[in-house]
Design a protein around this ligand. Structure first.
Ligand code: UDP
Ligand code: MN
Length: 243
């Protein structure tokens, strides 16, 4: 029996949303024993997202977790994107899951199926390279002679765990033994804050995946923003979010 895999996906309403979720859902359709937690940063669920999820036939829960007002109203400063969503996912895991592994999968990244098969055997916390991060082009644990020796990342910033959200997976049991673990609303330090909150846990305990971190099996892809601004007759498109 395969250990269950819980995929936590933050998402929010914008013109790219249905495209991103279509692409990700079609990847996840190839992943066995997977439960998808799709959590919208919204006050109400987007009906077209619900429709999309039903159409996939995947086992899922569709939840909402709006970003708190205090962060949302900040115009220029970086926002803690997807944090309330992921904490809602953690809350769901604590209530409903007992075994297996969870993974934070943003709606816009690109995932090789191999990484899902590797991560589902995580005992504590596993890590692996993420492509297309900063000017360096990759963020990854550094491995020498099969052992973890440090992190390679374009933005260390005093972080104990300078890694990307897409670069680690966590055992459900390991989380349940740490009732205080939570993701902070600190732009840039979400991963570090969450991984620190899993104490006791040290970098040398990381389980190294993707052939000792020599393969890139997930990419931090980003879609170009393209908010339609011209008045078009959209009345005939009944499957777009944006009017
Ligand atoms: N997200 C969200 N609310 C927002 C902005 C983003 O829920 O206001 C979600 C988004 O759908 C994605 C994750 O949070 O799954 C990270 O956001 P984004 O991809 O924009 O961040 P980046 O990749 O640029 O760091
Ligand atoms: Mn992204």
């Amino acid at each position: 029996d395969l250990p269950p895999l819980y995929v936590i996906t933050p998402t929010y309403r914008r013109s790219e949303q249905l495209a991103e979720l279509t692409r990700l859902s079609h990847t996840l359709m190839h992943v066995p024993n997977m439960h998808w937690l799709v959590i919208e940063d919204a006050m109400v669920k987007t009906p077209l997202v619900e429709e999309l999820l039903q159409k996939t036939g995947l086992p899922y829960d569709h939840l909402i977790a709006p970003m708190p007002e205090q962060y949302k109203k900040k115009k220029k400063d970086p926002k803690p994107r997807g944090v309330s969503n992921r904490n809602k996912g953690l809350e769901w895991i604590r209530k409903n899951a007992r075994t297996g592994v969870f993974y934070f999968a943003d709606d816009d990244n690109t995932y090789d199926l191999d990484i899902f098969e590797e991560m589902r055997y995580t005992k504590r916390v596993s890590m692996f390279p993420v492509g297309l991060i900063t000017k360096l082009g990759v963020s990854s644990p550094v491995v020498k002679n099969g052992e973890f020796v440090g992190f390679y990342d374009g933005w260390i910033a005093g972080r104990k765990f300078p890694v990307d959200m897409a670069g680690f997976a966590v055992s459900v049991k390991f989380l349940l033994e740490r009732p205080k673990a939570i993701m902070p609303f600190k732009p840039g330090f979400e991963e570090d804050g969450f991984l620190r909150s899993l104490q006791p846990f040290e970098p040398k305990e990381i389980e190294l995946l993707a052939a000792n971190c020599t393969k890139i099996l997930v990419w931090h892809t980003q879609s170009k923003k393209n908010e339609p601004s011209l008045p078009v007759d959209i009345s005939k498109f009944n499957n777009t979010n944006i009017l």
